[in-house]
Design a binder for this molecule. Sequence first.
Ligand code: HEC
Length: 148
Amino acid sequence: MRNRIIVLGFILFSGAFIMEACQSEQELNYARYYMNGKQVYEQHCQNCHGTDGRGLAKLYPALTDTLYLKNNKSQLACFIKNGLNDTITVNNIEFSGQMPAESHLPDIDIAAVITYITNSFGNKQGLYDVAKAGADIKACQDLNDDKQ
Ligand code: HEC
């Protein structure tokens, strides 16, 4: 009987340990994306969107509009990969500028920078991983193919 309790205790203990390890594995993964994304942002985005994501007047939209980023989440990878030349309303201001394409950026960097912007400047949306970036980019390419 006593042995059984010890074995049961051991099983419960290792279960908790494994869950804890998975949890920190996820946190590590998120931290890795976020840190890499910050670097990508500083190199490729900050010039226009600003260090604090506030953009620039009517020229460059802010990334502080949490609703805009949430509603257009599945489009963000395509905005970055293919550029954006549209009329959009962000923080109640209308923009019809042009964002250059970053077509050379690999999916992993796009995923990282999206994780960064959607968890900075007042946004809190969690991890956006490379598989999601790949799927979102493929979906908008298929859409563009249909239009042609
Ligand atoms: C040369 C300036 C420039 C650079 C560099 C740039 N953007 Fe933009 N971005 C713009 C402009 C201008 C728009 C609005 C385009 C329009 O009106 O169609 C925009 C729109 C956006 C939007 C949608 C609107 C918003 O504010 O939420 C997001 C998201 C975004 N950019 C993220 C990025 C990210 C991430 C990078 C770096 C990988 C980047 N941009 C690099 C100028 C830039």
